[in-house]
Ligand binder design. Structure first.
Ligand code: ADP
Ligand code: MG
Length: 638
């Protein structure tokens, strides 16, 4: 029998290798940028079209290649960066596998122009799907330009697998930011579909971070500096009060290479212990230098993970140095030269007269009628307790009250037989009353009291309410999410949402990738009641907000939205509205751990059962459970 094993032809092997190296346009961006950095360029231009799907081009002014190297660089395992296995332990370059160019050339149309400084003429090569199409001598500037067109042209399955332009662009942006942050001394520029997104002159770390993030970043940063035998830590962490809900701006660089490390992230979080609000994440930009022989960067094909020899020591040093920096900033704010102007009284407030507090009175509120037929909503600005009902009219009722909720029939029926002991309803009073203490004696007939308080909050988490057949236990957070979700969705699709005009428009700053998302979301956000006075370059000015949120909640809502949409904005407007409604419900709902007054508990339960779909939260979790008397009896029978 003849042998059946064969060596794969090179172009097939390259295509297979490409699968590991090139997943999407962003992978090409990463490899080409890193090659340009390795070539000692001081000026690097990134040009992409259609999120990199049609073109990724990187132009550098680095050392360039000789004619022979220009041809050789497309061979697999062709690298100028290591000669022998030992070199792997003293790597100071990004690349070393000699795989990237061979892999990219196997799955795209590629054009390369390169010239070394001392040469008169350079080399111009075209290669498509691993096949050399042409090689010419050309007049060129010093350096190298790679243009990669029509990625995956010969692997339609991979091409179809690419995500929307928004998602792919985001990945490209991430790679660009990582390389540009790691090398502030290099001038980077970035163009997408003909427009310039970044032009970052050679600078120091701080300016580079500010250049990439946004204008307001500077005042948020606290420097970190620590030099020990095994590690040098430099960089910046953000002041605790600027921590965000999403994890977007967190960067570790080890020997100028972006890496991900859950372990080191944990060390940073440990340094912030006790300083952050629940669920908030600080931004950080940390540059670690360690001796190359104490790390192994070879364990991950795309090299964003890394293994350190002495992880525990690094953890301790990192945590201590950040703690120290944060401590200095907190203890001695007078010495902080980057004083936060946000904390000053804005000029316009000084000239504004203090507002006289007004009390709004609900003429229809009657303390003697059953709560479920006479709702009394208060709109308090104080975070946890503030929510509105599920009533569709709440959008236009910011005066302090919203119309009562019409509970659904099924909800009413739960209570049948329970409210017979209620005090008689009294015709509407023209004024609102303070609720009088009902119980004046220990020996009061507690039947009455029992019937009038239908809800109890336990563990600041659940609302328990008796019903005819037993009781229900409502999860307060999920129930409120459901109420808000339906309300937002209704406002966005059916009702004309009303907004509250802000006395002083809010000026909020975002990074350019976040701004791109916000611009796309703008029309949908407007249907919820947001009014944008301006939305350009790195900031938005908001002059109106939906009636059911407070001014201080605006940035939380937008942060949450940006983090929920990291993976792209849904294509059609229905799912876009749905995502926005869900995200806003998530950020605005009362949380587990919030104390609710009786009234609030009541409103919550009523609001929930006025919903179209009260059984599940917008995230498909149960909102309440029922316990029948028989179930309880059974437990006692044991
Ligand atoms: P690696 O970077 O792992 O060595 P690559 O396939 O990315 O492998 O590149 C192969 C070789 O081509 C590099 O080692 C380098 O010598 C050369 N090269 C690639 N890009 C450039 C560039 N922009 N300027 C100069 N030389 C380059
Ligand atoms: Mg490389």
């Amino acid at each position: 029998m003849s042998s059946i094993i064969q060596l794969l032809p090179d172009h097939v092997a390259n295509q297979i290798a490409a699968g590991e190296v090139v997943q999407r346009p962003a992978s090409v961006v990463k490899e080409l940028l890193e090659n340009a950095v390795d070539a000692k360029a001081t000026d690097i231009k990134l040009i992409i079209k259609d999120a990199g799907k049609s073109l990724v081009q990187v132009i550098d002014n680095g050392v360039g290649m000789t004619v022979t190297d220009a041809r050789l660089c497309f061979e697999r395992h062709a690298t100028s960066k290591i000669r022998q296995a030992e070199d792997l332990f003293s790597l100071a370059t990004k690349g070393f596998r000699g795989e990237a160019l061979a892999s990219i050339a196997a799955i795209a149309h590629m054009e390369m122009k390169t010239k070394q400084e001392q040469d008169e003429l350079g080399t111009h090569i075209i290669i498509e799907g691993s096949k050399f199409v042409s090689q010419e001598v050309a007049v060129l500037p010093k350096g190298t330009s790679f243009a990669v067109k029509n990625l995956f042209f010969n692997i339609p399955a991979r091409r179809n697998f690419l995500k929307s332009d928004t998602v792919e662009f985001r990945h490209v942006m991430d790679e660009f930011q990582r390389v540009a942050l790691a090398h502030p001394n290099i001038h980077f520029s970035f163009y997408h579909n003909g427009s310039e997104l970044y032009n970052l002159p050679s600078s120091g770390y701080r300016q580079r971070i500010v250049g990439i993030m946004s204008g307001k970043t500077n005042e948020k940063l606290v420097p970190v500096n620590e030099d020990t035998e095994i590690i040098n830590v430099q960089g910046f962490v953000c002041k605790p009060e600027f921590a965000k809900k999403n994890r977007g701006e967190q960067f570790f660089f080890v020997n100028d290479r972006f890496i991900k490390s859950g372990y080191l992230h944990h060390a940073v979080m440990a340094a912030y212990e006790g300083l952050l609000k629940d669920g908030c994440q600080p931004s950080y930009f940390l540059y670690l230098q360690v001796p190359p022989n104490t790390i192994d960067i070879n364990i991950h094909p795309t090299k964003t993970e890394i293994k350190f020899d002495d992880e525990q020591a690094l953890y301790a040093i990192l945590r201590a140095s950040i703690k120290h920096s944060l401590g200095q900033f907190n203890v001695a704010p007078v010495l902080d030269f980057d004083r936060d102007a946000n904390l000053d009284t804005p000029y316009h407030y000084k000239d504004v007269e203090a507002e006289i507090p007004t009390i709004q009175v609900d003429g229809t509120f009657n303390p003697f009628t059953d709560d479920k037929t006479n709702q009394h909503y208060t709109k308090s600005g104080s975070g946890s307790g503030s929510y509105s009902s599920g009533s569709s009219s709440s959008g236009s009722s910011y005066s302090g009250y919203s119309k009562r909720v019409e509970p659904t029939a099924s909800w009413e029926s739960l209570y049948v037989g329970l409210d017979t002991e209620n005090p008689e309803s009294v015709e509407s009073f023209p004024f609102a009353f303070e609720n009088e203490e009902v119980t004046s004696s220990l020996f009061n007939d507690d039947e009455v009291e029992q019937a009038s308080q239908k809800t109890y909050q336990i563990h600041k988490k659940y609302i328990v309410s008796p019903i005819k057949s037993g009781m229900i236990i409502v999860d307060q957070q999920r129930a409120h999410q459901r109420i808000l979700y339906e309300q937002f969705l209704l406002n966005m699709t059916v009702n004309q949402a009303s907004s509250q005009q802000l006395l002083f428009p809010l000026d909020l700053f975002y990074s350019s990738s976040e701004m791109k998302l916000i611009e796309e979301l703008k029309p949908s956000l407007e249907t919820t009641g947001f009014v944008f006075e301006e939305a350009k370059s790195d900031h938005i000015v908001i002059s109106g907000i939906p009636v059911n949120i407070t001014e201080s909640e605006v940035s939380i809502v937008i942060e949450q939205l940006l983090s929920d949409l990291q993976d792209g904005i849904p294509a059609n407007s229905y799912s876009q509205n749905d995502t926005i409604a869900k995200s806003m419900a998530k950020s605005l709902a009362v949380k587990t751990g919030s104390y609710l007054t009786e009234k609030e508990q009541d409103n919550l339960v009523n609001g929930l059962f006025a919903c179209k779909d009260p059984n599940i939260s917008p995230f498909q979790k149960p909102t309440f459970i029922t316990m029948r008397v028989e179930d309880i009896d059974k437990k006692f029978a044991l």
